[in-house]
Design a protein around this ligand. Structure first.
Ligand code: C5P
Length: 221
């Protein structure tokens, strides 16, 4: 049987996660947060004392991530080697580690099949940077969300503040710009829209309107 996939790619803070979760609720499909796998790999390297430039060791850790997703009283928790890292994987420090290991081809290969395994009936929403280009090139529906750098930094800032993090907008803007530069300029799976993706610029557009546009893409076939 054919299992439909919607890929949502784009830079950090473009609203991918928010939109992906809404589509998941509306359609009852599965959800792949591929960024979380890179974040977990980066954090696991750091905790194991593995250099994020060491491609082979980092790939070995990526292939054997001791990760568990558990649903508890406070919602879904992420455990790494038994330790609750739900909040820590969302910090910009972990985001930077993620983008370092994400530039290593062996790490990407180690995570490839694990990501494809998320494709289960009745369908999948896949959020990331290379979902439509590399992981699910045959996806039925592809969108690429963008927004101005200022707006993306502001959205991340609000999100982290709501989670109780102590962050500065100026520092966050610089960190995100640096991470985007690395993601867009790397030689393996650089951040680019798939040729057949619908590019949606979400600058100045509310979540509801973006959601409508993505649902319209899903209704096309
Ligand atoms: O989306 P998120 O901010 O959680 O991703 C963290 C980092 O993981 C990105 O900056 C990027 O370097 C990497 N990533 C990737 N490919 C994906 C998802 C994330 O390279 N499909």
């Amino acid at each position: 049987i054919h299992i439909p996939v919607l890929t949502i790619d784009g830079p950090s803070g473009a609203g991918k996660g928010t939109i992906a979760r809404e589509v998941v609720l509306a359609k009852g499909w599965h959800f792949l947060d591929s960024g979380a796998l890179y974040r977990l790999t980066g954090l696991h390297c750091q905790r194991c004392g593995v250099d994020t430039q060491d491609a082979d060791l980092a790939a070995e850790l990526a292939a054997n991530l001791p990760v568990e997703f558990v649903v508890g009283a406070e919602g879904e928790r992420v455990l790494l080697a038994g330790d609750d890292v739900t909040a820590e994987i969302r910090t910009e420090t972990t985001g930077a580690l993620a983008s370092q290991v994400a530039a290593l081809q062996p790490v990407r290969e180690a995570l490839l099949q694990r990501q494809r395994d998320f494709r289960q009936p009745p369908g999948l929403v896949a959020d990331g940077r290379d979902m439509g280009t590399v992981v699910f090139p045959d996806a039925d529906f592809k969108v690429f969300l963008t927004a101005s750098a200022e707006e993306r930094a502001e959205r991340r800032y609000k999100q982290l503040k709501e989670q109780g993090a102590d962050v500065s907008l100026a520092v966050l803007t610089e960190e995100i710009a640096e991470r985007d530069r690395r993601d867009a300029s790397r030689s393996v799976s650089p951040l680019v829209p798939a040729a057949d993706a619908q590019v949606i610029d979400t600058t100045g557009i509310g979540v509801g309107a973006v959601f409508e546009r993505v649902m319209a893409v899903l209704a096309e076939r």
